[in-house]
Design a protein around this ligand. Structure first.
Ligand SMILES: Nc1ncnc2c1ncn2[C@@H]1O[C@H](COP(=O)(O)OP(=O)(O)OP(=O)(O)O)[C@@H](O)[C@H]1O
Length: 205
């Protein structure tokens, strides 16, 4: 059965039809990439899937049930990194990850391990505001990987990562699939897409 089902999703902003009757399903262990040029509706689609935007028509089902962002069941299943993520300003990098794990029923992977994996161990005691942009991106991704999940939604996760970070990301996504996580990802990185994607959802022109 699909973990994620999108049916007839349509989103308009005034006269602009950004998403027009989008359909797809995603099962455990598969990765679908959302592809299209700038402004084609990739982020809008992901925002509708995670519930931070509402489609004008159509529906999003998680485990066959309509998805509402605040449902405890959805919160337990869905880990998302879209660009509107906020960090707790007064918590260190390590404390932020401890709290995210705690809020979702415990760490899926020890915080110390994920810090080391993402080269964040050197900045574990720093506040988010003191991080470089690449380190902030790594913390965004770590926030998804530290918590339990069956569905992962990522908006251009490769952005601001260096070469080593991109290699790590590809490997990590392959491991996510092997562990049975369903992944929906917007990306402009053709190499990453070729390496990890099973399905391709084209949006826009
Ligand atoms: N709240 C909004 N009000 C009006 N227009 C919007 C709104 N949100 C998005 N749009 C428009 O919808 C279109 C799709 O935007 P979206 O951010 O989904 O594109 P994208 O494919 O993610 O682009 P990029 O590759 O640049 O990240 C754009 O033309 C954008 O201006």
């Amino acid at each position: 059965m699909d973990i994620l089902t999108v049916r007839g999703l349509t989103r308009r902003f005034g006269e602009l039809v950004v998403l027009d009757d989008v359909h797809f399903g995603l099962t455990a262990g598969r990765l679908a990439v959302v592809a299209g040029p700038n402004g084609s509706g990739k982020t809008t689609l992901l925002r509708c899937v995670v519930g931070s935007d509402r489609p004008d028509e159509g529906e999003v089902l998680i485990d066959g049930k309509p998805c509402h962002e605040t449902d405890p069941e959805v919160r337990a299943v869905l880990a998302a990194a879209l660009d509107d993520i906020d960090f707790f300003p007064d918590l260190s990098v390590a404390e932020h990850l401890e709290l995210v794990a705690y809020a979702h029923g415990g760490a899926a992977q020890p915080v110390a391990e994920i810090l080391a994996e993402l080269d964040l161990d050197r900045v574990a005691d720093q506040l988010p505001v003191t991080l470089s942009s690449g380190q902030r991106q790594r913390l965004t991704l770590a926030s998804c990987f530290v918590r339990p999940r069956r569905l992962l939604v990522l908006d251009e996760p490769e952005q601001r990562l260096d070469g080593r970070g991109r290699a790590w990301l590809a490997d990590r996504l392959l491991r996510e699939k092997a562990a049975g996580t369903a992944v929906l990802m917007a990306s402009h990185d053709a190499d990453l897409i070729a390496e990890v994607a099973d399905d391709r959802i084209e949006v826009g022109g």
